[in-house]
Design a protein around this ligand. Structure first.
Ligand code: ARG
Length: 564
């Protein structure tokens, strides 16, 4: 479709006295498909041309020659409405999808460019809770979307493996844990003692002082502190890997906050050298009052550095190492102020990293029980949620398709897909209320619904006696095929838009729309059997839909199963 819009824009440009890009930008999609495929509002020309918009639209309709591209051109209410020639459009879209195989969504927009995506980034010694689901699946999906556009994507897991909490953990460990517990149930143990530490610290505040001392020792490289910390990191990573395997998530770099420790002195010095710091009560800060923000704390009175210091160092490091065009941080919206401060400090340092840093925030994942916090100990483990989703999917599959082979494997993809899709179909910034029934409903707006539709397309293709071919024009332009094919043709624009808005939900909503139109097609059109050319052409429509659904699901990080 885009090719046609651009072609039309090229023909209109000289008449409108503007570039074809500007003419393209003017185009709207008519609110009612019956009015056509493209609407060009003429209101903005009224002043310079001293004519009524409707008169301008009429002039354009008369003057323009769109060759065989448009089947109808009409002036209505100040708009020039165009209907594209449906045989040409559908053939073009179908040929593109069938020839290009997996790469039809690809544009070269990102060629030669790099984007660094910081996502997931759980905190060592804490369970991989539901709280880190959103960053993980949004970041994973964005990394696939940007790759699809031709970008080189650098996926970074910025593990929370540094900070004063490790002092607390060391004290708690020495006080409360036994070594064999750390082997049998590592994170459970670390989590339990961390919670217990906070409980005890309420009545024995000296524990907090002890923790501070231990963190200092860790920062100074004390051997005992280091080796305990190392163990906490190792056991945590092992557990996280299980969750990543379930979700199919991978990273190019696992660089925790500790990695930047050796760079912090020079980072703080670089900020100081630009005269940006002040010392307040012995702490080093960057005053951001001029920007309506509280100061950014770089070094505490006791010399310890902070989360922000490490993020400034990490941003400078990433910029230097990868030369990205963009650095995305997929982190909950509760950290908005933090990233604004970090970006502001980088901008004041006049490094390009400031401009490149983009915080991609998102709302909370809410369980009916309310918000979860690690300190109170009522965290919901992501692994448990995924396991439960898989069990529930298995029950549905048993009921729906008792003959199916490999039910467990399929249930795994469906259950996990339900959770991932249930997250990604919502605009990022909204809070998501977790609802098992809604997520797993095979007929709702869900991952399983799209997977099921994809499997249905696969099953038709398996049963086909003729090969897909574009042999019957009428079968591409009937009332069921036409809207479906037009929608398939929007896939490249959908990918581009989801990237520029950092919104996987754009792709999720799109695959839902494709699935709905395909199911309407399936219920109304005789695909198998019937006249040979028509059947071959309809199978081509099924094949094109199957490919787009598979690719769309892939971009979301959901597996497209071919049977279920
Ligand atoms: N570990 C942090 C948390 O769980 C997220 C880190 C995000 N990335 C960053 N560069 N700050 O809240």
């Amino acid at each position: 479709m885009e090719k046609f819009r651009q072609e039309i824009a090229r023909k209109l440009a000289p008449l409108l006295n503007m570039s074809s890009e500007a003419a393209r930008a003017l185009m709207e999609v008519p609110p009612n498909p019956a009015w056509g495929d493209i609407a060009i509002p003429c209101f903005s020309f009224a002043k310079t041309l001293r004519k009524a918009p409707q008169a301008i639209a009429l002039d354009l309709a008369k003057a323009a020659d769109f060759g065989g591209l448009a089947s109808s051109v009409e002036a209505t209410g100040g708009y020039l409405n165009l209907t594209l020639e449906k045989a040409a459009v559908t053939r073009h879209i179908m040929q593109g999808i069938l020839q290009d195989g997996a790469s039809f969504g690809f544009t070269n927009k990102g060629a030669g460019k790099t984007v660094v995506i910081d996502f997931s980034s759980p905190n060592i010694a804490k369970p991989f809770g539901i709280g880190h689901l959103r960053t993980t699946v949004i970041g994973h999906s964005l990394s696939r979307i940007y790759s699809e556009l031709g970008y080189r994507v650098v996926r970074v897991n910025h593990l929370g493996d540094w900070g004063t909490q490790f002092g607390k953990l060391i004290v708690a460990y020495k006080l409360l844990a036994k070594d064999d517990e750390l082997i049998s149930d590592p994170i459970g143990t670390l989590f339990r003692i961390y919670v217990e530490f906070h409980r005890r610290a309420e009545s024995s505040p000296e524990l907090l002082e002890e923790a501070r001392v231990w963190f200092r020792r860790l920062e100074e490289g004390d051997e005992e502190a280091r080796s305990l910390w190392q163990r906490f990191v190792e056991v945590s990573l092992k557990e996280y890997q299980r969750v990543y395997d379930l979700l199919g998530v991978e990273f190019d770099y696992w660089l925790g906050e500790s990695y930047y420790e050796p760079l912090l002195a020079s980072t703080v010095a670089a900020v100081e050298a630009q005269d940006l710091t002040t010392v307040s009560d012995g702490a080093v800060i960057v005053d951001l009052a001029d920007y309506g923000m509280p100061p950014c704390l770089l070094r505490k009175t006791d010399g310890a550095t902070l989360y922000a210091t490490r993020d400034i160092a990490a941003a400078l490091y990433r910029d230097k190492k990868h030369h990205p065009e963009l650095m995305l941080y997929v982190v909950g919206q509760e950290q908005t102020l933090h990233f604004k401060q970090v970006k502001q400090v980088l901008t004041l340092m006049r490094t390009p990293a400031g401009e490149k840093l983009v915080h991609v925030p998102f709302g909370l994942f809410k369980f009916p029980e309310g918000k979860m916090s690690t300190r109170q100990g009522n965290v919901i483990f992501l692994e448990d949620v995924l396991a439960r989703a898989v069990d529930l999917a298995l029950v549905v599959i048993h009921a729906k398709n008792p003959e199916l082979e490999n039910k467990r494997d399929i249930a795994q993809h469906v259950g996990v897909g339900a959770v991932v899709f249930g997250d990604l179909k919502h605009g990022r910034i909204k809070d998501v209320l977790f609802d098992w029934d809604e997520m797993l409903n095979f007929d709702g707006e869900t991952g399983p619904y799209v997977q099921y539709t994809h499997a249905r397309a696969c099953s038709i293709l398996r049963k086909a006696a003729v090969a897909p071919a574009l042999s019957d024009e009428a079968a591409l332009t009937d009332e069921y095929a036409l809207p479906l094919i037009k929608l398939l043709g929007e896939f490249p624009q959908i990918i581009a838009r989801s990237a520029s808005e950092y919104e996987p939900s754009v792709v999720a909503r799109y695959v839902l729309d494709v699935a709905a139109l395909f199911n309407r097609y399936y219920h109304n059109v005789r695909i198998l059997g019937g006249e040979k050319d028509a059947s071959a052409t309809r199978l081509a429509v099924v094949l094109a839909t199957q490919r787009i659904l598979a690719r769309g699901l892939y971009l979301l990080g959901v597996t497209a199963v071919d049977k279920m």
